[in-house]
Design a protein around this ligand. Structure first.
Ligand SMILES: NC(=O)c1ccc[n+]([C@@H]2O[C@H](COP(=O)([O-])OP(=O)(O)OC[C@H]3O[C@@H](n4cnc5c(N)ncnc54)[C@H](OP(=O)(O)O)[C@@H]3O)[C@@H](O)[C@H]2O)c1
Length: 329
């Protein structure tokens, strides 16, 4: 079978290779084998390839934090899924044609779900949902500000916030996405820059904003902080600038702004297995009825992983890059 292996940590398209390896063994007791239908190339996967992600396993290493698959075989004692079922995998190393994993690590998703969206269900939808529920106890009608608003997570934040009666100020780096984000439900869109707070005050009529969601980091963290009411909270969950979040003394000390960090795994770990299953069931249902959606720019076969990685790192994409390791979708 084909699999993506990293020969070293470095420039993603240089170190990632599509290689031929032995097929996975038949599933043992309590295990499942599934065919990978599609996986996205997420910023965290790119960071994994460069060696800057929090996990850096011995080489050769296979990236892939999420995927959608179809169960091919189950081992003895597996009652939760059967061959033919669609599953997402809570384990990593999914950039391959086939995976063999413990059955407890796969979650069945409904037949008929959009496969492209299901390939992106595991990480970004729960991230958006929990960023809006687990950091600040927001009340309907309140404003939230976020940067990277045109990202998959950012768009999901807009949709989920709208459904919860929250209003969003969406900070982006290019104004050609204003129209699309507004159509999605964004209440205000603003360009990032040194005078961000003035634009946000104008856009919200001076509303007191208690939560700022940041995935740019660096100085962008302080710019988001400057838009918050006193004692507000910035939650940083990504670093698209490649820098650590910076919070000025003025924001931290004089205005009492707090800085919190979000990592999906840490916040899921606070929930029981049943609660996690219920969260994914709700989000899968949302995908099924088209209530949440992340645009897809392009889809590549696994043999073209290098091109997929180059494209995923390019700015100005119109959505995610997906890879289909087996048949095209
Ligand atoms: N902590 C967690 O558990 C967790 C979970 C999921 C995602 N994340 C993080 O969330 C962020 C978004 O992920 P995603 O999958 O939604 O991303 P995505 O759909 O691949 O989009 C990436 C976005 O980043 C923007 N961008 C790229 N470089 C930038 C820069 N230097 N300054 C400002 N914006 C920049 C792009 O803007 P344009 O649209 O203008 O090109 C694009 O909107 C990433 O940092 C990711 O690591 C964290």
């Amino acid at each position: 079978m084909k699999r993506v292996d990293l020969a070293a940590y470095g420039i993603p398209e240089e170190v990632a290779h599509c290689v031929e390896v032995d097929d996975v063994d038949a599933p043992g007791p309590g295990e499942v084998v599934f065919d990978v239908i599609a996986f996205p190339v997420n910023p965290a996967d790119v960071a994994f390839c460069t060696g800057s992600y929090r996990l850096k396993p011995p080489l050769p290493a296979t990236p892939g934090a999420e995927c959608i698959g179809r169960v091919a075989a189950t081992g003895s004692g597996v009652a939760t899924v059967k061959p033919g079922d669609l599953v997402i995998n809570l384990q990593r190393e999914n950039w391959a044609q086939r995976r063999r994993v413990p059955a407890k690590d796969v979650i069945k998703v409904p037949a008929g779900i959009d496969l492209k969206q299901a390939a992106m269900l595991r990480i970004n939808p729960p991230t958006a949902a929990l960023l809006l529920s687990d950091i600040v106890d927001l009340k309907p009608g309140e404003w939230v500000i976020q940067n990277v608003a045109n990202s998959a997570v950012g768009r999901l934040v807009i949709t989920i916030a709208k459904r919860r009666g929250l209003r969003t100020v969406n900070v982006v780096r290019r104004n050609d996405v204003f129209e699309e984000l507004t159509a999605l439900g964004a209440d205000a869109c603003v360009l990032d820059g040194y005078d961000l707070a003035q634009h946000v005050t104008r856009a919200t009529g001076g509303a007191a904003i208690r939560l700022g969601i940041d995935a740019v980091s660096g100085e962008a963290t302080t710019r988001i902080a400057s838009c918050l009411a006193e004692d507000g909270t910035v939650c940083t969950y990504g670093a698209m600038s490649g820098q650590a979040p910076a919070l000025s003394t003025a924001e931290l000390v004089f205005r009492g702004i707090s800085l919190k960090g979000f990592m999906l795994g840490r916040f899921l770990a606070r929930r029981s297995a049943d609660e996690i299953a219920a969260l994914y069931a709700e989000l899968a249902e949302d995908i099924l009825r088209g209530a949440i959606h992340a645009p897809v720019d392009s889809i590549y076969p696994i043999e073209e992983i290098k091109t997929a990685l180059i494209h995923a790192q390019a700015g100005g994409r119109n959505g995610k890059i997906l890879v289909t390791p087996n048949a095209p979708l």
